[in-house]
Design a protein around this ligand. Structure first.
Ligand SMILES: *[C@@H]1O[C@H](CO)[C@@H](O)[C@H](O)[C@H]1NC(C)=O
Ligand SMILES: [Cu+2]
Length: 253
């Protein structure tokens, strides 16, 4: 597996071409909705390219050059939603880590026309790297074809952006090398809602600096890994971190 990942990274470096991916469909009630129906069409919907400039406002939803036409889906707090992976091939092919954030649109603002600015984002789910002091590092998100997670049952009613990102780390050893695959869905939490106070709240751009983003995952093997972003909310509850065991990728490209 490690040899495979290294070869992929070297091939990507050598040719400048690699397999990338997008998150075009929101999964609600166990069903895939239509492509770019409830997910904002991202800049990379055709070329699949990642974002690499974490200081850009595109790090919010990766939608600067696309017009917002997405609809907003009603969901229940406590229910499971998700995003599908589409690309070449259609899975989280690169070694990397994953985060899911939500941000509540200000009162009176339709989430469909909101840009996600301000200190508004809280993390509800993550799949980090697994380290063991320097012998191995593994990335449990690798190879996933879809990612599902619960909307915390404590989530207050309202309209939210749900932002998913996979941070590919295969060429992250140089500045700006980490590849961000981002998309935002639009949901209205109202079928059932909670009375929690989401947090800590962070801002994009601004939240991401070097730890967890600028590192060599191959040599020397990192002894520990710092997941980018704040801790998952709520600290214990429906959004608690789990590492789904999925079949590992054996072929690609
Ligand atoms: C939803 O899409 C994912 C990713 O393309 C696919 O793996 C899965 O089979 C689809 N689910 C259904 C129910 O069609
Ligand atoms: Cu890629």
């Amino acid at each position: 597996m490690k040899t495979f990942s290294l070869l992929v990274a070297l091939a990507a470096l050598a040719t400048g071409v690699s397999a990338h991916y997008t998150w075009p469909q929101l999964i609600v009630g166990g069903s895939n909705t239509s492509t770019w129906q409830y997910v904002r069409e991202t800049n990379n919907w055709q070329n699949l390219n990642p974002l690499t400039d974490v200081s850009s406002t595109d790090v919010r939803c990766y939608t600067s050059t696309e017009s917002g036409t997405a609809s907003t889906m009603s969901v229940a707090a406590g229910s499971t939603v998700g995003f599908t992976v589409d690309g070449n091939p259609s899975n989280l092919y690169h070694p990397g880590v994953l985060n899911v954030y939500m941000a509540k649109a200000p009162a009176g603002t339709d989430v469909a026309s909101w840009d996600g600015s301000g200190s508004v984002w809280f993390k509800i789910y993550e799949i980090s790297a697994v380290t063991d002091g320097g012998t191995t590092i593994t990335f449990p998100a690798t190879g996933m074809t879809q990612v599902t997670f619960p909307i915390p049952s404590e989530t207050p009613s309202g309209q939210y952006l749900i932002r998913i990102e996979h941070i590919a780390l295969h060429v992250a050893s140089s500045f700006g090398g980490a590849q961000f695959y981002i998309a935002c869905g639009q949901v209205d939490v109202r079928l059932h809602s909670g009375s929690g106070t989401p947090g800590p709240l962070v801002e994009f751009p601004g939240e991401y600096t070097e730890p967890g983003i600028l590192l060599d995952i191959y040599y020397p093997i990192p002894a520990t890994y710092t997941q980018p972003g704040p801790p998952v909310w709520p600290a214990s509850g429906s959004g608690a971190v789990t590492f789904p065991r999925l079949p590992r990728l054996t072929v690609a490209d």
